[in-house]
Structures are given as C-alpha cells and as structure tokens.
Design a protein around this ligand. Structure first.
Ligand code: GLU
Length: 287
C-alpha cells in the first residue's frame, strides 16, 4: 500500500531542491516576477524584510508576485504602523525549520508565519504578540472514520513538518506506534495524504482548513478535535526593541476591526471558525 522508502527519500530530496530553488524573494531578484516584492529592496536601509510562509493558503501564500493570507495581512498592518509603506516591505520565505536561524542571521527582520510562541524558541529569539490562537488538529481523507482524535493514531502513518511544534508534539506525546514522516512544508504532507502514503497530516487547525479548501476538492477533512494551544507570535531577533510597538499595532488592529476582517476574508471558503474563547488574544507583556 505504501510506497517504498526509496520513493519517499527521492521525493523528499526533490522537494528540498524545489524549496531551495524558490525559497527567497529578496532583493537582487530577477525583475520578472521571481518573487521580489519590494520596490526599494532592503539594501536601501529603510525597508523591512518580513518572513512569511509561501505555501499555506489563507495564512501565507505566494502566487507569482502576490502575497496573501492572514499572516500577510497582519504583517502589512503592523509594518505600516511601524512606519513602513507597502513598497518598503520585502517578503521572504521562512520555512518552519529555518525560522530561528533566519532571525539570528539577520536574514529577516521579523516573522509572521504561524509561528507558535514557545519557551524553547524564546531561548534564542523574542516574540511579540500573540495575534492569533490556533490548535493542533488532524487532516484526513473525507471518508476516513477511524481517526477522530490523537488517541486514534496508534498504528497510523502521519505527516508533519520538520521544526514545527506539531511534529514535536507527536514525538513527545504520541510516539507509541505512530510512524511520522517529516517534510519541509505542509503542502508536501497533503500530497503524501492524497497519494495514500500517510493516514493523516497534523498541524494547526487553521493551516489544515486552508489546505483542505485549496487542495482537496472536498476529498480531505479536518477532524476538528484540537489538542494543543498554538499562540501565534511575531518572531523577532533576541533583545529586539520593537516588541512594544508591535503589540500596540496588534491591539490597534483588533480594536479597529481590521483583525476580524482579515480573519473573515482569509478563511472564506474554508470550513473554519476560530476558537472564540481564545480569540482575539491580548498580546502578552514584552520581556
Ligand atoms: N504553529 C506551529 C509551529 O510554530 C506549527 C505551524 C508551523 O510549522 O508553522 O511550529
């Protein structure tokens, strides 16, 4: 039923290549839509480079020279409040496994990429926010009836993303009898699910809902039994002095209705309602 290990390895290698081939939309890019999203570039000194996801419909999605999604909308709003105009923003892809390093290396100035605030990550970077709270869930075939929550995972093949809290939680809490396939991005996991190579994909419910709406033709469904609390923060380099200003911008976005509108427009067509007990969240005190 499942493909041989060789096949999976070959696909993993291929997708890694694809990822690195189109992983950056930064300055110096080709003029014809190679992903450059800035007029001035960040070489001018007064622009800002923001890390987002490129393959998460409804959250962070690159479509040619266009960037859409809730994370992108919050990023634009916050950058604007910090004094950056649209043409001073450069978006750059920050895959889950690379986020801390990209902040530490100065590859990006801040990250809005379904980036959960965790104590481990706080050891090497700072967070502003949270600006949204999601929960880890499972994506399965629409006709699947035997996976109704994480307690049903024994003996199942799962896919998640390297460097995510989602993969981490499976390894620490549900390791028994679960076969975990790790890929660089969730879109690759959906491909594996659609091909029958895994029984489920696991990550945050809002990500899975967007992927199901974009990819499934109704063939995929989110189980709807969240088993974690994922607080989406704005990733910043350690000892950043921007946390307060970003939290003020997030609070303003929530108060003036733009946050709610961004949630609504970016989840339209997806079967998803944010947890109303947790959202909108109040940004935490800065360290
Ligand atoms: N929110 C989780 C995390 O930060 C999962 C989603 C992601 O990989 O971006 O790891």
């Amino acid at each position: 039923m499942r493909k041989h290990t060789m096949g999976l390895l070959a696909m993993a290698a291929a997708s890694t290549l694809v990822l690195s081939a189109c992983g950056s939309a930064e300055v110096g890019g080709e003029p014809d839509g190679g992903g450059t999203a800035t007029a001035g570039g960040d070489g001018g000194g007064d622009g800002i480079t923001i890390g987002i996801k490129y393959d998460q419909p409804g959250l962070g999605l690159q479509d040619g020279a266009e960037y859409t999604g809730f994370d992108v909308d919050v990023a634009r709003y916050v950058a604007n409040e910090l004094g950056y105009s649209e043409d001073q923003i450069t978006f750059k892809e920050t895959p889950s496994a690379n986020r801390e390093a990209m902040l530490q290396n100065g590859d990006v100035d801040m990250i809005f990429a379904t980036y959960s605030i965790t104590d481990d990550r706080k050891e090497v970077i700072d967070f502003a926010g949270p600006y949204f709270i999601a929960g880890q869930d499972l994506l399965v075939a629409a006709d699947n009836t035997d996976i109704t929550g994480p307690e049903d995972l024994e003996g199942k093949n799962l896919c998640s993303v390297t460097g995510s809290t989602s993969a981490e939680k499976i390894k620490t809490d549900y390791a028994e009898g679960v076969q975990l396939l790790e890929r660089p991005g969730y879109a690759e996991c959906v491909t594996a699910l659609s091909a029958g190579q895994v029984d489920a994909v696991t990550t945050d419910d809002i990500i899975l809902a967007g992927l199901a709406a974009a990819n499934g033709d109704g063939n995929l469904k989110v189980v709807g039994a969240p088993f974690s609390e994922e607080q989406y923060g704005v990733g910043l380099p350690k000892d950043s002095d921007q946390c307060e200003a970003i939290n003020e911008a997030i609070t303003k976005m929530i108060d003036d209705g733009a946050w709610e509108e961004a949630v609504a427009t970016n989840t339209e067509g997806a079967d998803y309602t944010p947890n109303a007990d947790l959202n909108p969240p109040k940004p935490a005190d800065c360290a």
